[in-house]
Design a protein around this ligand. Structure first.
Ligand SMILES: [Cu+2]
Length: 516
């Protein structure tokens, strides 16, 4: 397989230079594969973006922005997030400091394996050395098709090679026993033809097995690529408000057999279920179904929900720390259920005019959008011009009804805030926090491991905005300025549901964004 892999890598290198067709939907959030993270490596506050490749093996681009002037150098490496090999650090790559912006460091890392990986950063600077790990789900988003011209070229080369080999063997058998300068005898000609026949049979066999091998490898790669498409949800309303939730039978068996039965809690819940009414995105429910068996089936007693067609996203994290978003849809009648309780929440807004070309409501010229909630709470969203594929900080400010900074914010499921970002055509769904797009469960695995890893310098600090319930009582003060690192994956219209907890109540502000 080494030669084959070498060929595949060579082809990957060749093809990544060729512009690709529109990327297909990918999980770990739907259609939003890149990783955004904000946190501390020891004394250094960093914002990290990992642009993941379309195919594996492939090159991930790592960008690190330091908030202080005292970072001297950053080196990066990739290991598994957990399990065998997770503590074996390969030789790190020194990240390049941008000549234009001394706070910006970049490096390119090969992602060779599928699954739950992490990028390790070793920082050195005026305040000593420190380490940080950023979990990165590694998966192929698509199979690169072989261009016809390349297939034809390779076939021509291979045929020429085969014919050349056969004729060389034939000529050798015909001429090698003849004395120098003597004419070719009939006997020599016959032995030449025999040798060519034997050579043809051997070469055909070699080629046959090579093609079988190629086909099997290709099918395996296709299977893995398919596996990492967002799995489908099977949703069924049984009874007045009882929603049964499980992975659909049409998924790869791995999803039902390995992923769903072995989930780990993220923000204290095994599943975060987001139901968004389509096409207007005017109602959003963020619920936490209970696991009802060990096979990965879940159920939720729905609250009162208005009738409509709902797009459903279920965020789960498997035991390797890999985040999956299962996707489904269901038509619901008017449902009357229990009031929301616990961490469950909902948001509502005017329908999003999906194809409106005019300015989007609530986004003012100055780049500050304001949403005033029912109780007078004001939420401001300050943003730079919104451009696709550019890492940015989404900055939110929560104010009381008098416009003063809110002083009574509490952690909501351990975080300062949560934001769900949905594209108007539902092709993108991302669930982010002040620490970024990485699930908290994976972060905990990465930081727990880094703290106990031999040679770890300095204790891991908590990622930005993270306040674990175990460590922080609900009364922990949360600053009213909350920022989240994110990059919109493509141009278009998006709706952002910004969720936070204030005075014991979970609130949801809604913002619309046109990304160019
Ligand atoms: Cu969240």
């Amino acid at each position: 397989m080494t030669a084959r892999n070498a060929l595949r890598i060579a082809l990957v290198v060749l093809f990544t230079a060729i512009p690709l067709a529109a990327p297909t939907a990918a999980l770990a959030h739907v259609g939003s594969a890149d990783v955004f993270y904000e946190g501390d490596a020891g004394p250094y506050h960093l914002i990290v973006t990992v642009v993941v490749p379309q195919v594996i093996p492939g090159v991930a681009e790592v960008q690190v922005r330091s908030q202080s002037n005292d970072v001297k150098s950053i080196s990066t490496s990739v290991t598994r997030l957990s399990g065998p090999g997770s503590n074996l650090t390969p030789v790190p790559d020194l990240a390049l400091r941008s000549p234009i912006d001394p706070h910006l460091f970049t490096s390119s890392l090969w992602l060779m394996e599928y699954g739950s990986m992490r990028v390790r950063l070793a920082v050195s600077g005026a305040r000593g050395g420190a380490e940080m790990s950023v979990p990165v789900p590694s998966f192929a988003r698509q199979m690169l098709p072989m261009p016809r011209w390349l297939g034809a070229l390779l076939l021509a080369l291979v045929t020429g090679l085969a014919l050349g080999a056969i004729s060389i063997i034939g000529a050798a058998a015909r001429d090698s026993k003849l004395p120098k300068g003597s004419p070719v005898t009939a006997e020599a000609r016959r032995s030449g033809r025999r040798a060519m026949l034997v050579a043809a049979v051997i070469v055909s066999m070699v080629y046959y097995f090579a093609f079988v091998w190629w086909g099997a490898d290709d099918a395996q790669f296709a299977r893995i690529t398919r596996l990492f498409k967002p799995p489908k949800l099977a949703l069924m309303l049984d009874g007045a408000n009882h929603l049964a939730i499980r992975a659909a039978d049409s998924n790869e068996p791995v999803i039902r057999e390995k992923v769903m039965p072995q989930l780990i809690p993220d923000h204290g819940h095994l599943m975060h279920l987001f139901m968004v009414r389509a096409p207007g995105l005017d109602r959003m429910w963020h619920l936490h179904p209970e696991a009802i068996d060990k096979e990965g089936a879940f159920a939720e007693n729905l609250p009162s929900i208005e009738a409509g067609h709902y797009q459903v996203f279920a965020d789960v994290v498997d035991k390797s720390g890999f985040p999956w978003t299962l996707v489904g849809a269901i038509d619901l009648p008017q449902i009357s259920g229990a009031p929301l309780s616990g961490d469950d929440s909902s948001g509502r807004a005017e329908a999003l005019a999906a194809n409106s070309s005019g300015p989007i409501a609530k986004v003012s010229e100055s780049g500050i959008a304001t949403d005033v909630l029912a109780d007078g709470t004001r939420v401001l969203w300050r943003h730079e011009p919104l451009r696709a594929k550019i890492p940015m900080l989404l900055q939110f400010i929560v104010q009381d009804k008098n416009g003063e900074p809110a002083r009574d914010l509490e952690p909501y499921m351990g975080m300062a805030a949560h934001a769900e970002i949905v594209a108007s055509d539902l092709s993108v769904f991302a669930h982010i926090h002040p620490s970024g797009s990485v699930p908290m469960a994976a972060l905990m695995m990465a930081s727990a491991d880094a703290a106990k890893a031999p040679g770890a310098i300095g204790a891991m600090k908590m990622p930005a905005g993270m306040a674990m319930r175990e460590m922080a009582p609900a009364s922990v003060a949360i600053a009213p300025n909350i920022s989240m690192p994110y990059g919109f994956p493509k141009p278009g219209l998006y709706r952002i549901f910004f969720q936070f907890k204030r005075g014991g109540r979970i609130e949801t502000a809604v913002f619309d964004a046109r990304v160019n």
